[in-house]
Design a protein around this ligand. Structure first.
Ligand code: ADP
Length: 579
């Protein structure tokens, strides 16, 4: 317990425990009471033995012993339960904090961390920390108090014998400390491997079709199994160290018994002490294993939990999206002819390599604007900047004339709906999917949104209508239907602007016509910005914006932009708004 990590471990642990002191205090108090009851027992045994030697039946010491045994058993039982209450409550609170935090991190953080690793920091690590609390706090408290009591009684009984015991146990201490440090290293290794296992497993399962299609099962299974093997090896290393430490501990104690028996026996024979005293001392020696073992267990539990605590602390230190807005929130609302405006926006995932280079773009209150450009031009990035997943490095995003940074995220995102290309339809019913955002909506609203997206007939045909299941990720629907269901969900929030990333996959003519109709309907009730890959969509737009080299290269009616493109074609992957 010398490294900075361990000190931080204790400190963080105390912070985790705040708010759960009542049950912990009860556990510690009862643990100490049970230890006290245990400590008194050998003294009563001494009376009993010495009284029996005098020929009388020792009713009172035996009665007292029975009561102490009972008290000890009840106190220990309740203490265990109180300890479980405290550690479960702590784990629940920790998980709640972590879940809340992990869902509110800045989007850039998710680019760096693997989902599975974050998952394991919410599932496995708090479980390891729960063990730490369950094993360490009461063990440390009752162990220390028990040890202090034992030392005091043994010194009082026979200090010379105690010095012999102290020397023998003292020899084992450095060995135990070295073991504890190595247990910490092994435990941290197991915890890391656990995170990697979850991350790789999540990766494989979330792309299981690609795994199959590429016949990558052996490679994936081998990789995941290697992490499992590393966990197993680390845990076995911990078990060996633990077992070794136990043996050293036992050896020191049994050595003490033998020597105490020899020295004490000689002293009883010489009349320097009674048999009762020797028996009591020997019993205390036996009891010594309990607090020493408890302290050792507490220390190893902290060492094992330190890695998990560190991983949890790492997550809690990751930056969250701020809830509050800038201090200048009182800026008066400026009536603007535009619903949304990007003004000279510079942005790069790495600021040194800007992708948007002074992009200016404005969207009116209504109408369909088509965003086109070569693949990799940054069209999706424009969506991310509009959604404020990333803040521009320079320039401004204005919403109804207000700097977007002055609008709370909740209000801002409530006004802007996003339908991604891999549109998220969730396992559940049509109704659950439509009401996902929590917007208050009755059946009339749902049917309105379905009518807007040309899904009315489809849902009417489903055996259970609005309550029909759509399957995992909406697999029971076609790609086009999923897309329109996602748009319907988005419309229920009555957004001022809908951002739609049109699917590149080939839509059949029926779905293509339906999507075009949906786009037309939606652009009548709000502003619609569509990343368009299909000539039909681009042709139906009120305005087309061509993105190239991080700026708007051309803007105008579909025909105007098509003309500009013919004058200056791009080499690869550009979608032209002409048939
Ligand atoms: P488009 O939608 O026009 O095809 P994107 O906006 O998706 O283009 O991507 C533009 C560039 O930014 C690409 O080179 C892509 O690799 C990169 N990029 C996209 N998202 C990220 C990200 N989260 N982190 C780092 N680079 C990214």
């Amino acid at each position: 317990m010398t490294s900075a990590l361990d000190r931080a471990g204790w400190r963080d642990m105390m912070r985790l425990l705040s708010g759960h002191y009542r049950w912990l205090a009860l556990a510690v108090a009862l643990g100490v009471a049970a230890t006290g009851a245990g400590l008194a027992q050998p003294l009563l045994v001494r009376h009993t033995v010495d009284a029996t030697a005098d020929g009388a039946f020792p009713f009172r010491p035996v009665g007292a012993l029975v009561v102490l045994f009972l008290l000890q058993a009840v106190a220990l039982g309740v203490a265990r339960y109180a300890q479980a209450r405290a550690s479960e409550a702590m784990t629940l609170k920790l998980r709640q904090t972590l879940i809340d935090h992990v869902l509110r991190l800045r989007i850039a953080v998710y680019d760096r961390y693997r989902g599975g690793d974050l998952i394991s920091r919410i599932t496995t690590d708090p479980a390891a920390i729960r063990m730490l609390i369950a094993e360490s706090v009461t063990n440390a408290a009752s162990g220390t108090i028990g040890l202090a009591g034992l030392v005091a009684v043994m010194l009082w009984l026979d200090w010379t014998l105690f010095v012999v015991v102290a020397v023998l146990i003292g020899v084992a201490v450095p060995v135990l400390l070295a073991v504890v440090e190595r247990i910490r290293l092994a435990s941290a290794d197991a915890q890391r491997a656990d995170g990697e296992l979850t991350a790789d497993l999540e990766r494989a399962l979330s792309a299981i079709r690609s795994v199959r299609a590429n016949r990558a099962e052996p490679a994936e299974s081998g990789r995941i199994f290697r992490h499992a093997s590393r966990i197993c090896a680390a845990r076995l290393r911990m078990a060996r160290l633990d077992a070794g430490a136990g043996s050293v501990n036992d050896l020191a104690l049994t050595g003490s018994y033998l020597i105490i028996l020899l020295i004490g026996g000689a002293r009883v024979a010489g009349g320097a002490s009674t048999v009762g005293e020797l028996v009591a001392f020997m019993l205390y020696l036996t009891y010594l294993t309990t607090p020493v073992g408890a302290i050792f267990q507490a220390v190893t539990a902290v060492q094992q939990g330190a890695g998990a605590l560190q991983r949890v602390n790492e997550v809690l230190a990751l930056p969250r999206e701020p809830v509050t807005v800038r201090a200048a929130a009182a800026v008066p609302e400026n009536r603007s002819p535009h619903l949304l405006e990007l003004r000279d926006v510079w942005f790069g995932y790495e600021p040194a390599r800007p992708l948007l280079r002074g992009l200016s773009l404005s969207l009116p209150e209504r109408g369909h604007v088509s965003l086109i450009g070569p693949s990799g031009a940054g069209k999706s990035t424009v969506f991310s900047v509009i959604e404020r997943f990333y803040e521009p490095d320079r320039g401004q995003v204005l919403f109804r004339g207000r700097d977007a940074r002055d609008v709370p995220y909740d209000e801002y995102r409530g006004a802007i709906g996003l339908v991604e290309q891999q549109c998220t339809v969730l396992a559940g019913t049509v109704r659950e999917n439509l009401t996902y955002s929590g917007a208050a909506a009755d059946d009339d609203d749902l049917w309105w949104a379905l009518a807007m997206t040309n899904l009315t007939d489809l849902v009417r045909r489903l055996p259970r209508g609005l309550d029909a299941e759509v399957g995992e990720h909406g697999r029971l629907l076609s790609g086009g239907e999923r897309q329109r269901l996602a748009i319907a969900r988005c419309l229920l929030g009555r957004p001022a602007l809908v951002l739609l990333d049109e699917p590149t996959a080939h839509l059949d003519p029926v779905n293509e016509v339906a999507l075009t109709r949906t786009i037309r309907e939606v652009s009548r009730v709000c502003a619609l910005l569509v990343i368009s890959h299909r000539p039909a969509t681009v042709r139906s737009a009120d305005r087309v914006v061509l993105l190239r080299d991080g700026v708007v290269a051309a803007e105008g009616t579909p025909d105007e932009v098509a003309r500009r493109q013919r004058e200056r074609p791009v080499l690869h992957g550009e979608h032209r708004p002409s048939a």
